[in-house]
Design a protein around this ligand. Structure first.
Ligand code: 13P
Length: 215
């Protein structure tokens, strides 16, 4: 039921889409974002510039995959739906073509433990998914697999996807992820980095369990 969607929810999604454009994390109509609503989701419309989107253009896709709205839902709506199904902790999904993440994704390379903050995304590496056509069920499946136990992944020859508890958290994860990709890109200019060991990364993951706990 589209009626479940609040005006505030639509406005917040639109504001986030515009913020991504302002930050240079998406350009033109690239990328899309959604929030979980019950067993469905609210997602940005397909092929509309964020500057031209209105709150009413946000599309509700119900749990059966039916879209409710005047606009077409993003072509990646299946990717968003499948991530919500696979990841109960996710309240928001953001897909971008941000410059540094996308440059790495075009190399089809995973990001190794070159910097300890990679653990912020759930483990000691970031995976790059396989390449499949945008908007396909195959792309959705490979991204869900690449995101296993992670909050971010690269998408081969395409971009990146992150999940968060809610929209604000997903935006934070995305900004940190693009910064990590930029660091890796810059590091590679100097040659292959020295990688952290499995033991060193296990200690970081352990330390992060209590990091910020008393905020
Ligand atoms: P949409 O405009 O349909 O959301 O597609 C943009 C995109 O980035 C596809 O991967």
């Amino acid at each position: 039921m589209a009626l479940e969607v609040s005006d505030e929810g639509r406005a917040a999604l639109l504001a986030a889409a515009r913020l991504l454009a302002e930050l240079g994390l998406n350009t033109g109509t690239a990328g899309n974002l959604s929030v979980r609503i019950g067993d469905g989701l609210l997602i940005t419309p397909s092929a509309v510039l964020p500057g031209r989107m209105q709150p009413a253009d946000m599309v509700y896709v119900d749990g059966d995959g039916h879209a409710h709205g005047a606009r077409e839902p993003s072509s990646e709506w299946q990717l968003h739906r499948d991530l919500y199904r696979a990841r109960p902790e996710a309240g928001a999904v953001i897909h971008v073509h941000s410059p540094f993440a996308t440059a790495l994704a075009c190399q089809r390379r995973d990001i190794p433990a070159f910097h300890y903050t990679i653990a912020r995304f759930g483990g000691d590496s970031i995976r790059c998914s396989e390449y499949h056509t945008f908007g396909s069920a195959e792309l959705s499946a490979t991204v869900v697999a690449a995101m296993a136990d992670r909050t971010a992944c690269l998408m081969a020859n395409h971009g990146a996807t992150v999940i968060g508890r809610d929209l604000d958290h997903a935006l934070q994860v995305l900004r940190e992820f693009e910064a990590l990709c930029e660091l890796y890109w810059r590091t590679l200019q100097l040659g292959p980095p020295v990688l952290l060991t499995v033991e060193e990364m296990a200690a970081v993951v352990e330390r992060y369990r209590s990091y910020g706990a008393r905020r």
